[in-house]
Ligand binder design. Structure first.
Ligand code: UDP
Length: 487
């Protein structure tokens, strides 16, 4: 059969949370810049929030081969704020499992594919699907309609590797384990033998029974990756090379093409497109913090943010408040409107914090994080170790204090302290004295040590996305493989 006259057409389907939509949109933009057509599927609620971000609309409008498609959330009601992060993820996951399949199939068939007879749209028939690596509902559809599928995992390679090894951990009796003995070493993950303790495993592994739904979900979804044509990771060889090599023994088609935000920035610069990069935020960014940063001395501010999902109690918030204030350092703190769990209404919150009256600090409900981390006033990042935040910090050479809460954050923070030596891991503690000490260590006492390591890592990260670098070559390989999938 003759090849289609259209460029390849990829359908991208992310899990509907900020930390997944953001890097998958960056991938979409990179593919569009390579001449590939893209249909990007969002749930209605994510699309509604994105459509308020006019930047995104105008950025993607410049690609005639790009379009957004929406699917219903399938949630009868908004997920209550009191739900824990893990619970929220499961509610969304279950809902998509039960509703997304027919709609996704319809979107693919409407564009034209082997088993569909419908009219070909101006984007051309679908060449392949790139689905979030926890959305096997897309794998089932792709297998049904006979279209190749690639997975994209938005978390670190280290966390994916651990998830892939879960059957072995269970077989060797290392999982499940009681919740209170977290310092026991974990021996049976190749490449991480002398690194891991139970507490460093991704949070979903902290189970006393393998029947826990989130554990089952991660276990089964990850194994299904072996049925795909390949896996795309937002990481780079120079930071996670040994682990990527382990994964390649099981998945030879592994494309490490990150850090995606920096990769995209480079491509746009090299194509001389007069479009500055802005974020893919689903929250409104409070840019006033950039003006505040302009008035602060270089490297004097610690940026504090726990990402888009983590929630905290008022007591935890109060410990951070005292730790930060007592450290004597300037701070810029993101406290999302939905980040405080309201099930401890009785707990007291400091007056100053409540009123936002702070001498050395500035609080916003959502920051333009990439711009903040690139600002010369920033000297450190107190982070929850989400993978996007970790990469954004690495690219800007900002040392980190890690306070991991869920998913891959526990293993990311272990790598930050033990392997890359880019900062301190505050895992499983939250105490004002420890916070104060760590902030002082990062910003003053051990500053030069961390800065030295951070600068070295930044150079490696930037080189990987420069022309001919490892991530750049892997992206070229990915584009080539997508082209060769065309029928
Ligand atoms: N982010 C932001 N402004 C904020 C906090 C976070 O733009 O005030 C962005 C951040 O740049 C990152 C994403 O939200 O790209 C969070 O992703 P990450 O993987 O770090 O954590 P998650 O939110 O998935 O837990």
């Amino acid at each position: 059969m003759e090849k289609t006259e259209f460029p390849p057409h990829v359908v991208i389907f992310p899990f509907p949370v900020q930390g997944h939509v953001n890097p998958m949109l960056k991938l979409a933009e990179l593919l569009c810049l390579s001449g590939i057509h893209v249909t990007f599927i969002n749930t209605l609620s994510i699309q509604n929030r994105l459509s308020r971000n006019t930047d995104i609309q105008s950025r993607f409008n410049r690609f005639p081969g790009f379009r957004f498609e929406t699917i219903p959330d399938g949630l009868s009601n908004k997920v209550p704020q009191t739900y824990q992060e893990t619970h929220k993820v499961m509610v969304i996951f279950d809902s998509l499992r039960s509703t997304a399949k027919p709609i996704l199939k319809e979107i693919i068939l409407a564009a034209g594919c082997p088993s569909g007879s419908s009219e070909v749209t101006r984007q051309g028939p679908v060449t392949c699907v790139i689905a979030d690596g926890i959305l096997s509902v897309a794998l089932e559809v792709a297998e049904d309609v006979g279209i190749p599928i690639l997975y994209f995992r938005t978390a670190s390679a280290a966390s994916f590797w651990i998830y892939l090894c879960l059957p072995q951990l269970i077989q060797n009796g290392e999982l499940p384990f009681p919740g209170n003995e977290l310092d026991v070493p974990i021996a049976s993950i190749k490449g991480m033998e002398s690194l891991l303790r139970r507490r460093d495993l991704p949070s979903f592994c902290r189970v006393d029974s393998v029947d826990v739904p989130i554990f089952q979900m991660v276990l089964t979804e990850t194994q299904k990756t072996l049925r795909t044509k390949g896996l795309i990771l937002n990481t780079f060889e120079e930071v996670e090379g040994p682990i990527l090599d382990q994964i390649r023994n099981h998945l030879p088609k592994l494309y490490s093409i990150g850090p995606l935000h920096a990769h995209l920035k480079n491509k746009i610069a090299s194509e001389s497109i007069s479009q500055s990069i802005h974020s893919n935020s689903i929250w409104e960014e409070d840019k006033s913090c950039l003006k505040w940063l302009d008035d602060q001395p270089a490297n004097s501010v610690i940026y504090v943010s726990f990402g888009s999902l983590v929630t905290v109690t008022k007591n935890v918030l109060t410990e951070f408040w005292h730790g930060l204030v007592n450290s004597g350092q300037r701070f810029l703190w993101v406290i999302r409107h939905d980040s405080i769990t309201d099930n401890d209404k009785e707990a007291q919150i400091e007056e100053e914090l409540k009123e936002g009256v702070i001498e050395n600090g500035y609080i916003v409900s959502w920051a333009p994080q990439e711009e903040v981390l690139a600002h010369t006033a920033i000297g450190g990042f107190l982070t929850h170790s989400g993978w996007n935040s970790t990469l954004e910090s690495i690219i800007e050479g900002v040392p980190m204090i890690c306070w991991p809460q869920l998913a891959d954050q526990q293993i990311n923070s272990r790598y930050v302290e033990e392997v890359w030596k880019l900062g301190l891991d505050m895992k499983d503690t939250c105490d004002r004295v420890i916070i104060e000490k760590m902030v002082r260590d990062l910003m003053e006492l051990r500053r030069s040590e961390f800065l030295h390591r951070a600068n070295d890592m930044t150079k490696l990260a930037r080189a990987s996305v420069a022309e001919g670098g490892s991530s750049d070559s892997n992206l070229a390989g990915l584009v080539q493989d997508i082209v060769s999938m065309q029928r």
